[in-house]
Design a binder for this molecule. Structure first.
Ligand SMILES: O=C(O)c1ccc[n+]([C@@H]2O[C@H](COP(=O)([O-])O)[C@@H](O)[C@H]2O)c1
Ligand SMILES: Cc1cc2nc[nH]c2cc1C
Length: 350
């Protein structure tokens, strides 16, 4: 059963602050609307922060990592060991997200929800020990009820930590070899689309590998058909620890009024699951980028999302969201720093 806290209503956005921000945008020295999505970003952040002039100083990034039993079916271009190896790389500061976080002055933490390797000796990582990865969902539910609840709760706890640290924005990243198979299977049920339409190369499968991945997903969907009756069941049967943690984090962020910048394909499936479990939470979501994973487009459309970047990224680990942070900062700086028509003695539109 879905935990009660997950479906508590989200906080309303501050429409008075949004209106004040819109009115300010209309007075700035530019043709109205000419800064496009940068204007909308400033107004959204005003509504989220409850102030006419928002800022984007403290960015919080939580990377959720977990292993996937479905890797036994050879559905990834990389071996399962990479999940644990990359957790160490995150902790040492050598991953793409490590560099992005340092460059942005963002705080970065790594949460090992459960992997085949024992990483408890790795310093600088939160270890939750939910198990040696999920079960192989070709044969059994990916998660037990207890694991699914614990993973959702882990996401909630990291958002609470972000709030404690006065974060202005939450980014959830993920790492888990095999998780595009998991996310694609979830998306097929959430969107009622066949795997042929949503499956892609993930970390780099060739055409034959993608065909095999499609076959594994199709068989798994058939196996669990009768159980997949709710978004929560879809998560528990087909999801991953890190996907559940993202889902819990996104719901909590909306409930507590912390805006979210969603990353790529896997994160967006978690965002869609969150919105289906608790309709309205997506009002608190921005989308960093359109991933090169082909199924991302359908997920973005279902969320009515307008991603900020389209750079052909398909890395995950929060990298696409982090790459869009400079745009959020520029949107705030323009909103705050531009002169009005009156201040600059510039003539307004006729
Ligand atoms: O975020 C994306 O859009 C994205 C697209 C493809 C792959 N990934 C990353 O690659 C891993 C999963 O790929 P795979 O092929 O092992 O299923 C996982 O660690 C993700 O972070 C991420
Ligand atoms: C090396 C590597 C780094 C990653 N980061 C997120 N997913 C990843 C997958 C691989 C294979």
């Amino acid at each position: 059963m879905i935990p009660d806290w997950l479906t508590l209503p989200s906080r309303p956005l501050d429409e008075v602050a949004r209106l004040a921000a819109r009115q300010r945008q209309a007075q700035l020295t530019k043709p109205p609307g000419s800064l496009g999505q940068l204007e909308e970003l400033a107004c959204f952040l005003a509504a989220a922060q409850g102030r006419e002039r928002p800022h984007m100083k403290q960015v919080w990034i939580s990377i959720f990592a977990g292993d996937h039993g479905i890797t036994a079916e050879n559905i990834s271009a990389f071996p399962q060991a990479v999940t644990g190896e990359m957790i160490k790389n995150f902790a040492r500061g050598g991953a793409a997200i490590s560099v992005l976080a340092r460059t942005l002055g963002a705080s970065l933490e790594v949460i090992d929800l459960g992997t085949v390797q024992n990483l408890t000796q790795v310093p600088g990582v939160h270890h939750l020990g939910l198990g040696p990865g999920t079960a192989n969902f070709l044969y059994e539910p990916a998660m037990t009820e207890a694991q699914c609840h614990a993973a959702l709760g882990a996401g909630r706890d990291r958002v609470e930590a972000a709030l404690q640290a006065s974060a202005d924005l939450f980014i959830g990243g993920e790492m888990g070899i095999g998780n595009t198979t998991s996310a694609t299977a979830m998306a097929c049920v959430l969107l009622d689309l066949p795997p042929q339409q949503l499956a892609g190369p993930g970390t780099g499968l060739a055409t034959a590998g993608v065909s095999h991945k499609i076959e594994i997903i199709a068989q798994s969907l058939l196996k669990h058909e009768r159980a997949l009756t709710s978004p929560y069941a879809i998560l528990k049967y087909l999801g991953g620890f890190e996907i559940a943690a993202l889902t819990g984090a996104y719901c909590t962020a909306a409930q507590r009024g912390l805006p979210v910048l969603v990353d790529g394909f896997i994160s967006s499936v978690a965002a869609l699951a969150a919105e289906r479990m608790n309709p309205g939470v997506a009002r608190w979501f921005l989308y960093g980028h359109r991933s090169a994973e082909p199924g991302h487009q359908a997920i973005l459309e279902a969320l009515d999302a307008r991603p900020l970047l389209s750079l052909g990224l398909r890395l995950g680990e929060g990298s696409g969201a982090a790459s869009a942070i400079p745009l959020l900062r520029l949107a705030c700086a323009l909103h705050e720093g531009m002169a009005t028509f009156a201040e600059a003695a510039v003539s307004e539109k006729l």
